[in-house]
Write a protein that binds this ligand. Sequence first.
Ligand SMILES: NC(=O)c1ccc[n+]([C@@H]2O[C@H](COP(=O)([O-])OP(=O)(O)OC[C@H]3O[C@@H](n4cnc5c(N)ncnc54)[C@H](O)[C@@H]3O)[C@@H](O)[C@H]2O)c1
Length: 274
Amino acid sequence: MRISVIGCGYLGAVHAAAMAELGHEVVGIDVDPLKIDTLAKGGAPFFEPGLTELLEQGIAAGRLSFSTDIEAARGASVHFIAVGTPQRPDGSADLGAVHAAMRAVLAVAAPGDLLVGKSTVPVGTAQALLPEVERTGAALAWNPEFLREGFAVRDSLEPDRLVYGVAPGDTRSAGVLDRVYAELLIAGSPRMVTDLATAELVKVAANAFLATKISFINAMAESSTRGSASEGGACRKTSAASSPGRTSSGSAPPSTSCATSTPSTCAAATGSWS
Ligand SMILES: NC(=O)c1ccc[n+]([C@@H]2O[C@H](COP(=O)([O-])OP(=O)(O)OC[C@H]3O[C@@H](n4cnc5c(N)ncnc54)[C@H](O)[C@@H]3O)[C@@H](O)[C@H]2O)c1
């Protein structure tokens, strides 16, 4: 398949290289000419084990290219949006790059193309973007990313979950994403199809859960230090008592119930559903 990846930062560069590794013809697009120049030469703009090799292989095979020109995305049938969503000083997400990337890609997308959001966004973002996308005859799905920096290549090629958020009545987009990720699905990566808002919530919930675990274990370490307990021992034993399985934090998720979330969101967020 022909794929474009808009935004070639940490997430986008790894995703573009991974998609080329899966056999797709991929163009990565970014507004940063220095980043694109580095990537086009097979260099990784940041350190990530295995990424340079993946970039070099994709470029040498003629399946991976990079450009600053959005016109290069014309002709792709799937367009991943992987731009940054930094936090504003008031804590809200700055969606300026998502809107700019969507507008740019819609100008070159053909009816029937699929736009796939990978950026982490507040719940409701995709639904708000939907009318603008559907007016052009394209479709919109949200496919959040759970890769861990330092394990990004492995997590992209052996994901512990694939979550597809699709619009109401959309019976086609999940099948398109299944073709994109066919090799990973055959290898056994679990995949879950939800509505757009649930897909967004799964990622936000996973981030919040990770932050909760870090805060909790820091608090445990602090109480251990104040008392006579061994800090390392208490932390290790707390982790060991929780259920096995990998999460986006790379550690075992504590057994938990999600009182405020649907079971599917809870399971996908913690990565523990079967
Ligand atoms: N880094 C991670 O480990 C990770 C993991 C999961 C999800 N995410 C999410 O993925 C998104 C991207 O994160 P990142 O770490 O790759 O950010 P990043 O800052 O490394 O990269 C964002 C890239 O988008 C580019 N960009 C901005 N506007 C653009 C536009 N209009 N057109 C094309 N390119 C544009 C920037 O130049 C930059 O290279 C965020 O929403 C983040 O929360 C990141």
